[in-house]
Design a protein around this ligand. Structure first.
Ligand SMILES: [Zn+2]
Length: 198
């Protein structure tokens, strides 16, 4: 017994591996997944954009305002390739357009170990002004978890019961770590407590 919604959207075991549950139950679980994703998505977007803008600013401050318009010697081949793609896809070829075309995976890579001495130490740590005492590794881990969550939700995968993925509260904390002024904006988006803290 199923319904048109579950038939068209759900693959077997998508929300629960317990196949003995009646359809009504996993239908409800599925709706809870959608509500949960809906609460987290704006926070993920804000984190992604704030992260990108802060990191790009620090790279330009340190390595030159044309950092994203050339092929900086600080970047390794995989990131150069992504940067080239972004430049190619930018019709106006302004640095802002190039920065906007770079995917979250690009920024995440810049926080990885291979860039510790090249980008993190001379520039990128400054992107996280209120993350006192956090080192590159922990920043990279936190952003990686956000990136995974983002992709899971984008691919309509279950996320609620995966404890390695950030909760809405953790997303809020991460965003406030990037920029405390987001507090009022988070308040206006609100709504996480009704879904999670029950
Ligand atoms: Zn259903």
């Amino acid at each position: 017994m199923s319904c048109g919604i579950c038939d068209s959207l759900l693959l077997p075991n998508a929300v629960t591996s317990d196949t003995s549950l009646p359809h009504e139950r996993w239908h409800d679980l599925y709706l809870e997944e959608i509500l949960d994703a809906r609460a987290k998505w704006p926070l993920i977007n804000l984190i992604e954009v704030a992260l990108r803008n802060r990191m790009s600013q620090q790279l330009e401050n340190r390595f030159g305002g044309d950092f994203f318009l050339r092929e900086p010697r600080q970047l390794m081949s995989a990131e150069i390739s992504r940067l080239r793609d972004a430049q190619k896809n930018s019709s106006l070829r302004t640095k802002y357009e190039v920065i906007r075309k770079l995917p979250m995976g690009f920024w995440l890579q810049l926080l990885s170990k291979k860039y510790e001495s090249i980008l993190w130490a001379p520039a990128l740590w400054r992107s996280f002004p209120t993350w006192d005492g956090k080192n590159r590794k922990s920043v990279h881990e936190e952003v990686t978890a956000v990136w995974k969550l983002r992709n899971q939700i984008a691919h309509h995968e279950s996320t609620r019961h995966n404890i390695s993925l950030p909760s809405a509260l953790e997303l809020q904390q991460l965003l406030l770590g990037l920029e405390p002024d987001f507090e009022s904006m988070i308040d206006s988006l609100h709504p996480v407590e009704s879904l999670h803290e029950q």
